[in-house]
Design a protein around this ligand. Structure first.
Ligand code: ZN
Length: 222
């Protein structure tokens, strides 16, 4: 009898070990309070940590510990003292490329990889300004978070039902799935944080790209 109980508890331990999900953080209320639009918050909770992808091809990588965990990573950041957002709007994603010079050009975003079919979420509340296709970005979305701060999500396989230009969207709402549309060498999300004046003929293409991992942590996050 005791032997059976021991076996059962060992199986329980094994199951517990297999079902652990990475630690996540609850988005702070301020992520909605700082928004200029009222929209329902979605189910997404950002991962507490970001890891470099386990390959030798990570470019513009941030400093990481021996387990590839990026040091001083902040899952909830404050952009220019104005807008609270998450710099990695997906779960279980790893970094393949960072912001900065790459192959003689400036890589204007953060690239993360996740399993095909993985969901991409809105990084902060806002209004969808562009839900479109371009040869470079493929299927992409641009969200206006107010106060001159925007995010772009590129290379998506497609958009979630109901997603369209002009709609309000809350933090953590599904936008669509990760993909390889446009000019992409593999399945990944190219994520940009953009600032500036949107009301020019170039629209999002006239904005200034900022390093998504460069912003300070939001002090009220936890
Ligand atoms: Zn990219």
């Amino acid at each position: 009898m005791r032997k059976v109980a021991l076996t059962v508890s060992l199986i329980g331990l094994w199951l517990a070990g297999c079902s652990t999900t990475p630690p996540r953080v609850a988005p702070p209320p301020a992520i909605t309070k700082t928004a200029t639009v009222k929209a329902v918050q979605g189910p997404f909770q950002p991962d507490a940590n970001l890891y470099l992808c386990p390959s030798s091809t990570v470019t513009n990588a941030f400093e990481a510990d021996p387990n590839n965990r990026i040091l001083n990573f902040n899952p909830i950041v404050l952009v220019d003292g104005k807008v609270v957002l998450t710099p990695v709007p997906m779960n279980n994603a790893c970094m393949t490329s960072g912001f900065g010079k790459r192959s003689g050009r400036v890589h204007k975003g953060l690239d993360v990889k996740a399993r095909p079919g993985s969901q991409i979420y809105s990084a902060a509340p806002g209004i969808i300004r562009e839900a479109d296709y371009s040869t470079g970005f493929g299927n992409y979305i641009v969200i206006d978070h107010g106060q001159g701060i925007f995010t772009r999500y590129a290379h998506m396989s497609g958009f979630s039902p109901g997603i369209h230009q002009g709609m309000s969207i809350g933090f953590g709402q599904p936008l669509g799935l990760i993909g390889q549309s446009g000019n992409a060498t593999g399945i990944h999300l190219h994520f940009e944080v953009l600032t500036g004046n949107y009301n020019t003929p170039k629209r999002s293409f006239g904005l200034t790209a900022r390093d998504p991992l460069s912003f300070p942590p939001y002090a009220g996050a936890g």
